[in-house]
Design a protein around this ligand. Structure first.
Ligand SMILES: Cc1cc2nc3c(=O)[nH]c(=O)nc-3n(C[C@H](O)[C@H](O)[C@H](O)COP(=O)(O)O)c2cc1C
Length: 332
């Protein structure tokens, strides 16, 4: 399947694995790359630019296919060494960067000079148009369903994607709520050039996270996520657990007085304990509504091969039959 996204990034299938804190290590990015998708290392999970440089080297030992690095610009207690991370990416020879959060404009000239393609992840048409105007190469349009930060507009993908298709010139992928062939074919029908998945890729053999996390994803339903940090305008969709209940109780009690400092125990530094040690209640962790569609823990290759095979069958059989006047096979 060739789309503007497969062409832009030189990948076989129009499937991207979005950056995920303490999930997007070299093992997962390389597995996705080797299966023909675009795998992405999460830059800030590496505590220093030197560690990121090392992770990029490790990924290169695991695959000779293209892979990317995610750079997230979100409110943080201490601002990360972004110039150092950008240098590690460029010197590491990485040619694709996924940016997310704040406007990446400041970093575009250096990345462009180094021949790096930038896909910016955003949650509104307005931000996607901004990304287009500042010279990003593509955007990832993240609907309200998504795991992580859905923004503050709450527009689900059935509206957001066609709106993006109507407004954008540059290639874009659908992100948020994507799990299988149906997601991919629907995303293409709505005007996207491929799809980006987060939560689905956590429940794979190669995702280097604790089995408790994978099992929790398989066990959860679409009713099990919650939105936290809305009063701080830093909304995050997470899997509900004891820490999330506590956090939401603080939001209710403190109301407009809530400060980031009030919820530090539930959000700061919790990812290693959850993802690496499997302590699921250690804090709030991002998770999409798409958990309701995840029932197994395949290898990345099995997952991607299944999506592509079923997508072709969906298009060539089910959809083709609908347009066939006789209803008994493909027209023409
Ligand atoms: C555990 C987890 C951690 C994430 N961490 C990041 C991150 O650090 N930076 C980022 O840009 N997106 C992050 N995301 C968002 C994903 O890249 C992706 O946009 C999102 O998961 C898509 O929605 P889905 O989960 O419904 O597939 C994270 C998502 C999850 C589930």
């Amino acid at each position: 399947m060739k789309t503007r996204i497969t062409e832009l990034f030189g990948i076989e299938h129009p499937i991207i694995q979005g950056g995920m804190h303490y999930v997007g290590f070299a093992e997962l990015a390389a597995a996705v790359a080797n299966a023909g998708g675009l795998g992405i290392i999460t830059g800030l999970t590496q505590r220093t630019p030197e560690l990121l440089a090392n992770e990029i080297r490790r990924c290169r030992e695991l695959t000779d296919k293209p892979f990317g690095v995610n750079l997230t610009f979100l409110p943080a207690l201490q601002s990360p060494d972004y110039p150092g991370y950008v240098r590690a990416i460029i010197e590491g020879g990485v040619k694709i960067v996924e940016t997310a959060g704040n406007n990446p404009q400041k970093w575009l000239p250096a990345l462009r000079d180094a021949g790096v393609k930038v896909i910016h992840k955003c949650t509104s048409v307005r931000h996607a148009l901004k990304a287009q105007s500042i010279g990003c190469d593509a955007v990832s349009v993240d609907g309200f369903e998504c795991g992580g930060h859905p923004g503050e507009d709450d527009v689900p993908n059935f509206i957001l994607l066609p709106r993006a298709a109507d407004e954008l010139r540059l290639p874009f992928v659908a992100s948020g709520g994507m799990a299988d062939a149906r997601s991919l074919v629907a995303a293409l029908a709505l005007g996207a050039d491929g799809m980006n998945m987060g939560t689905r890729f956590i429940a794979t053999q190669e995702a280097p996270v604790h089995d408790n996390v994978k099992r929790a994803i398989v066990a959860a339903t679409e009713l099990d996520t919650r939105l936290v940090m809305r009063p701080l305008r830093n909304t995050e969709r997470v899997l509900k657990n004891a820490a999330v209940d506590r956090l939401l109780e603080k939001e209710r009690t403190l109301g407009a007085d809530l400060k980031l400092a009030d919820i530090i125990p539930e959000i700061a530094g919790v990812y290693p304990r959850i993802m690496l040690e499997g302590d699921l209640d250690a804090g709030a962790w991002s998770c999409g509504m798409v958990v309701g569609l995840i029932h197994d823990i395949p290898t990345v290759k099995e997952l991607i091969d299944r999506i592509m095979a079923e997508a072709h069958a969906l298009i060539d059989e089910r959809l083709a039959r609908l347009t066939d006047s006789g209803g008994s096979g493909r027209a023409g």
